[in-house]
Design a protein around this ligand. Structure first.
Ligand SMILES: [Zn+2]
Length: 296
C-alpha cells in the first residue's frame, strides 16, 4: 500500500451537508452534515481502510470553505506550499552546517556552510524535503528547475537559489531555495506550545493543526509590505508561502509533482501565547516539566 502521498480530496455541497471523495479513487467517499475539526481524521481513516494510503496527506480541491473550523485563522488567503516528495542527500546533516549538530537534539547549529547540497539518488518530485537520515532534523527546501520556472520573476527574487549537485542518475536540475524572509510558527493560547532543547535552545513550535492548515503564524511577524513570496519555518526548516490563488494555479501545472498546498493560519495578537512554556528536551527524554524553569 502507498504511504505518505498527497491525495486530492474533492467536495460538494449536498442537501444533507457535504460530500467528499478522493479524486484518484472516486469510489472512496464520505458524507457529513458539517465540517468539523474531525474531518481530517475521518478522511485519514477512510483512506487507510480503503487501502489507498496508510499515512495520507490531504489537499482539498477546491479549498475548504471559510465556515470550516479553522476559519478564524484565515485572515488573508495565504497558502503554504510544501513538498511531499523525498530527495536523498549524501553525507550527514553536520556536513552542511557551520556549527555541526547539537549532541542532544541533533538539529543543525549555525548557518549553512559553503558546501552545496549533494544528492545521492534521483528525487521523487519537483518540491522535496530530505529523506533519512536528514528527515525532520534539517529540511532545506529542494526545488526542481521546472518548479522554479512556475514562479514569477518577482517571486523568484524573494529567495536565493543555490545549485544542488546531482546524483549519478538524476537528469533534472535542482536548487536549494533559501527564502529571504522567513516567518516562524507561533504558539497559540490554549494549545500546547512545543518543546525546547536544553542544550542548544532549538525550539519546536506546535501550531494548532486544524484541518487544512499548513502552519499558524502571528500577523505581526509578516513584514509590511508583504513580499510576493516568503518562507515559514525556521532557519533550518522551511516551506514557501504564496497568495492562495497563485499557489493553487501552480498546483495545476506541470512542474508541481509532489507539491501540496494548505492554508496559512494567521493569528492576531490576542491569540498568540507570548509567555509560552516549552517542554524541556535533553536528548534522552523530555525532562520533568517545571513551568518557568527554562528561560526563553
Ligand atoms: Zn539541541
Amino acid at each position: 500500500m502507498r504511504e505518505g502521498r498527497t491525495h486530492r480530496i474533492c467536495w460538494r455541497h449536498t442537501p444533507e451537508g457535504y460530500e467528499f471523495w478522493v479524486k484518484s479513487r472516486p469510489d472512496v467517499r464520505l458524507a457529513c452534515p458539517e465540517i468539523t475539526d474531525d474531518l481530517g481524521f475521518e478522511l485519514d481513516l477512510l483512506l487507510m481502510e480503503s487501502g489507498v494510503d496508510t499515512e495520507p496527506l490531504l489537499t482539498f480541491d477546491p479549498p475548504l470553505p471559510n465556515e470550516a473550523a479553522n476559519a478564524r485563522w484565515l485572515v488573508d488567503d495565504l497558502a503554504v506550499v510544501a513538498g511531499n516528495a523525498y530527495a536523498w542527500l549524501a553525507g550527514q546533516v553536520a556536513d552542511y552546517y557551520e556549527g555541526g549538530v547539537c549532541k542532544a537534539c541533533r538539529r543543525p547549529q549555525g548557518p549553512r556552510n559553503e558546501h552545496p547540497l549533494v544528492m545521492s539518488h534521483p528525487p521523487e518530485g519537483d518540491l522535496c524535503f530530505p529523506g533519512a537520515p536528514f528527515m525532520s532534523l534539517a529540511c532545506p527546501l529542494i526545488c526542481s528547475e521546472r518548479f522554479r520556472s512556475l514562479l514569477t520573476p518577482e517571486e523568484q527574487a524573494c529567495a536565493d537559489w543555490l545549485p544542488i549537485e546531482r546524483g549519478p542518475r538524476s537528469r533534472r536540475k535542482y536548487f536549494e531555495c533559501v527564502p529571504h524572509h522567513v516567518v516562524s510558527e507561533c504558539p497559540i493560547k490554549g494549545s500546547s506550545a512545543g518543546w525546547r532543547c536544553v542544550v542548544c535552545g532549538f525550539t519546536s513550535i506546535t501550531s494548532p493543526q486544524d484541518c487544512g492548515l499548513g502552519a499558524v503564524v502571528a500577523h505581526t511577524s509578516i513584514s509590511v509590505p508583504r513580499p510576493p513570496m516568503f518562507g515559514v519555518g525556521s532557519p533550518t526548516w522551511q516551506n514557501l508561502v504564496l497568495p492562495g490563488p497563485r499557489a493553487r494555479a501552480i498546483l495545476k501545472q506541470r512542474g508541481s509533482r509532489g507539491v501540496y498546498v494548505r492554508s496559512l493560519g494567521v493569528a492576531e495578537a490576542d491569540d498568540v501565547e507570548s509567555e509560552a512554556q516549552f517542554r524541556p528536551f535533553d536528548g534522552r527524554k523530555f525532562v520533568r516539566w517545571r513551568p518557568g524553569s527554562l528561560e526563553p
